[in-house]
Design a protein around this ligand. Structure first.
Ligand code: ADP
Ligand code: MG
Length: 475
């Protein structure tokens, strides 16, 4: 077989894949493209400078082993950094060869002028003296890195956060976008970065603001004819942290002004940190040009913490509060509450409160009661599939019977009840309910809802069905 860049890299990948976590493989190795093979020198293309730095820091050993296996002791690896959308960088490609001192597969450094990619532009807007203006950072010091526990679910985001905090504006994570579901630690991490920077460099202007507040301020500014002052204010900030940028969706005026502020800060090597409940690809009603800016840096996801991480978050919280609770109970709570850290904390806090107010010892029974209440109180959206399952079971028929075209009265009723509860318990549209329950149209669903309403007034037996099913469905 002919040895090509692809074939060599393919073999290396096999080796790497066997030796690292699947998630890490996906994140750090799948995006790499083999470019050329020149005798013993393999060139691979990586999407950013950060990517290169990360590979060098975390995977250089394994790469070395893999490559040596394929090409022998003389093997060398050259990274080609594909620079997209970088200001003031004429060539889209920059070659970078691993540094010697880290014991990597070595060569001399061929370093293109990466560092100058943020040229120091003079800002015509900065009013002399404005730098002396004191800007309150709005940071919450109790959200820091020390108490942001690390786990597989947050390792990338946390490490990227630390990298940014150590060198704001000086890494390729600009902007750093932290995204993930509710209660997974986005706000905490965003504050932690700001707190870290402020502690080490008090002279830096750091500002934390929610996207919502930013929007309100902007609307106020426009009303008062102060749009320019608003922009100037934000342009003098060194580290701008905007929380929950999904709030900008559909607000084109705010997006526009943020776009200008962002460009200005970015061009001047200032750091921007954003959080969002969605990945950039899933953000709706955000202008394309803004989305493309979000993708310039690094988007790091916070995922749901695994069991071990949940246990360590709980232990840490108990430790800090000086409370002692047995491992059995901690593990029980961690097992029962999986979806987010906020709920996890909420449960442990109410457990502690229960035990101290009522002077009760924390037993597994008490933990069960508290967790039960907690899990019940957190609204879960039932799915249309689940509704159909519950209704079919209740009437002792198959889901396929419920969905069938038959006009038999008891089946029609079951189907109408399923539609009625789908309308009541989900946010789905009539059309979508119809298409999921036996391919009916929206008018049929509407008719079903009305029929159920009417029948539960006039028919006692039918009312009982509705009550029973309501109970079963409102978990
Ligand atoms: P989000 O902004 O994503 O909705 P928050 O940052 O408000 O979530 O986090 C919710 C709660 O969970 C906060 O009290 C936060 O301190 C805590 N939390 C989240 N992740 C962690 C973690 N890895 N370690 C410790 N506490 C965490
Ligand atoms: Mg938040």
């Amino acid at each position: 077989m002919q040895v090509t860049a692809e074939s060599v890299w393919g073999e290396c990948l096999k080796f790497v894949k066997d030796n690292i976590q699947p998630q890490a493989y996906k994140t750090w190795f799948e995006p790499i493209v083999p470019v050329k093979l020149n005798s013993k020198v393999l060139s691979i293309q990586v999407p950013s400078k950060f990517f290169y730095e990360w590979l060098e820091e975390h995977y250089v050993k394994i790469l070395k082993v893999a490559l040596t296996k394929e090409l022998g002791e003389q093997a060398r690896l050259v990274y080609i950094i594909k620079m997209e959308n970088t200001f003031g960088n004429k060539s889209p490609f920059t070659e970078k060869i691993p540094s010697e001192n880290r014991g990597s597969i070595k060569s001399q450094e061929v370093d293109a002028p990466l560092k100058n990619s943020h040229s120091e532009l003079k800002n015509p807007f900065i009013i002399p003296g404005i730098r002396n203006l004191k800007i309150e950072s709005q940071l919450n010091a109790s959200y820091n890195f020390d108490n942001f526990l690390e786990g597989d679910s947050n390792r990338l985001a946390r490490s990227a956060g630390i990298a940014v905090a150590k060198k704001p504006g000086g890494t390729s994570f600009n902007p750093l976008l932290i995204f993930g579901g509710v209660g997974l630690g986005k706000t905490h991490l965003a504050h932690a970065i700001g707190v870290y920077i402020k502690e080490r460099s008090p002279e830096k202007t750091v500002l934390y603001i929610s996207a919502e507040k930013f929007t309100q301020q902007y609307i106020e500014a426009v009303k008062k004819n102060n749009r320019n002052d608003f922009i100037h204010f934000y342009q003098v900030i060194d580290i701008l942290i905007i929380d929950d940028v999904q709030f900008f969706s559909g607000k084109s005026g705010t997006q526009d002004v943020f776009f200008h502020i962002f460009n200005h800060l970015h061009q001047n090597g200032k750091q921007v940190i954003l959080t969002s409940d969605k990945a950039p690809v899933d953000m709706q009603d955000i202008e394309q040009r803004l989305l493309s800016r979000f993708k310039w840096g690094l988007s790091a996801e916070l995922q749901r913490p695994d069991f071990e991480t949940r246990v360590s978050i709980l232990r840490n919280k108990l430790y800090r509060d000086g409370v002692d609770i047995s491992d059995e109970i901690v593990e029980y709570v961690a097992k029962s509450i999986k979806s987010n850290v906020r709920e996890l904390e909420g449960a442990i806090i109410s457990l502690i409160a229960q035990s101290s107010f009522n002077k009760r010892e924390v037993t597994i029974e008490l933990a069960k009661q508290v967790v039960d209440k907690f899990v019940k109180n957190t609204k879960r959206e039932v799915s249309i599939d689940y509704i159909q399952k519950v209704v079919s079971e209740y009437f002792q028929m198959d889901v396929s019977t419920l969905q069938s075209k038959t006009r038999k009265r008891h089946i029609v009723q079951a189907r109408q009840l399923a539609m009625f509860f789908a309308k009541k318990f989900t946010k789905a549209s009539l059309a979508s309910i119809g298409s999921q329950i036996g391919q009916r149209d929206h008018a049929t669903v509407l008719h079903a809802c009305k029929t159920v309403d009417n029948l539960s007034f006039t028919d006692k037996q039918f009312r009982k069905y509705v009550e029973d099913l309501s109970k079963k469905l409102s978990i």
